[in-house]
Write a protein that binds this ligand. Structure first.
Ligand code: SF4
Length: 329
């Protein structure tokens, strides 16, 4: 029997012991996994586990989700809020950094807990979007006519029920100067079953144009289920873009990134951003320096046509847009 996305979500692997057993990892890695897990809880759903090669401790998908002892080591220069989002949080649940768009912390939950997440220390409890806060958000956007786009983020916005998403959309639609809703999500990547006909119906019924931005870092993350889900979104008239994060030992090579862009395009997804790593505490083992990032991007440029080349960017707090890294060094 096919399991619903809610079942797959609730049956996710949540403990180091389960992960070791399910993926036949060396039992001696247990204490390292437990140490890392204390700081940020492990979460991996079944459809994603199925794409990890059992017994391979270097699998690039495993490295993204497996807690490690390195997470417990305090590294100078790494902080809990690398993008200084706390200072751009005028209403709880709302982050306003750029002139024409705001970001909503639609949910504090994710379908997968990525070890390198720049929001791994974020205070989701203080930013939960209650019914009253949705009204506050609507009022905030209403008084600023520069804002024409809302980014649903999190956590993962698709961890929210369809009903809540519909209520949120209904509220946003009241603001006449809003044109678009962008959905930043990793949910359909790790649980493609989240893309249901009901969800598509809710989104296409809105007067707001919906744009998807997936988060895929490695070609091994793209499977037939994800491709099928993406096709449904595109057929319903919603563009699907992708952003990746450049991560040490996961995708820090031009060959892997070129294969990723090709696979994305085959699945109907447009490569968009390649993010330089944000220096978040607990994830220093993923760091790729800007200089290395630029070298990798230059090699990537030689492999791909321009339309498959993601923009190499870094978010620098206080700037009015993302910064394209200087690729002429
Ligand atoms: S899905 Fe996104 S928000 Fe959630 S842990 Fe991964 S990177 Fe962070």
């Amino acid at each position: 029997m096919n399991r619903s996305w809610q079942q797959l979500f609730s049956e996710s692997v949540l403990s180091p012991e389960q992960l070791i057993e399910r993926l036949q990892l060396p039992p001696e890695s247990l204490s390292d996994l437990i140490s890392g897990n204390r700081l940020f809880q492990l979460r991996v759903p079944e459809p994603y586990l199925n794409r990890i090669i059992p017994g391979d401790i270097t699998d690039p998908l495993l490295l993204q989700v497996m807690p490690q002892i390195a997470e417990t080591i305090a590294t100078s220069g790494y902080v809990t809020d690398p993008l200084q989002e706390k200072s751009n949080n005028p209403v709880p649940g709302l982050i306003h950094k750029y002139k024409s768009r705001i970001l909503l912390i639609t949910s504090g939950a994710c379908a997968v807990n990525c070890r390198y997440c720049f929001r791994r220390h974020f205070d989701y409890q203080d930013n939960a979007l209650s019914k009253e806060r949705i009204q506050q958000v609507q009022d905030y956007i209403q008084q600023d006519t520069h804002i024409n786009e809302v980014i649903l983020s999190g956590g993962d916005p698709l961890a929210t029920s369809d009903l809540r998403l519909k209520q949120l959309l209904n509220s946003l639609e009241q603001v006449t100067h809003l044109k678009r809703v962008r959905i930043h999500t990793r949910f359909p990547v790790v649980i493609p079953q989240r893309i249901t006909d009901d969800l598509i119906e809710i989104l296409t019924a809105s007067r707001l144009k919906v744009v998807w931005v997936f988060h895929i870092n490695h070609p091994q993350e793209i499977d037939p289920l994800l491709t099928e889900a993406t096709k449904k979104l595109i057929q319903a008239g919603m563009p699907v873009l992708n952003q990746s994060v450049l991560l040490k030992k996961v995708n820090d090579s031009a060959n892997i990134l070129a294969a990723l862009s090709e696979s994305l395009f085959d699945a109907g997804i447009q490569p968009y951003y390649l993010h330089a790593f944000d220096l978040v505490q607990g994830a220093s083992h993923f760091n790729v320096t800007d200089e290395q990032a630029i070298r990798i991007w230059q090699a990537l440029q030689k492999e791909l046509p321009g339309f498959l080349l993601p923009r190499l960017v870094r978010e620098i707090p206080g700037r009015s847009s993302k910064t394209i890294l200087n690729t002429d060094i």
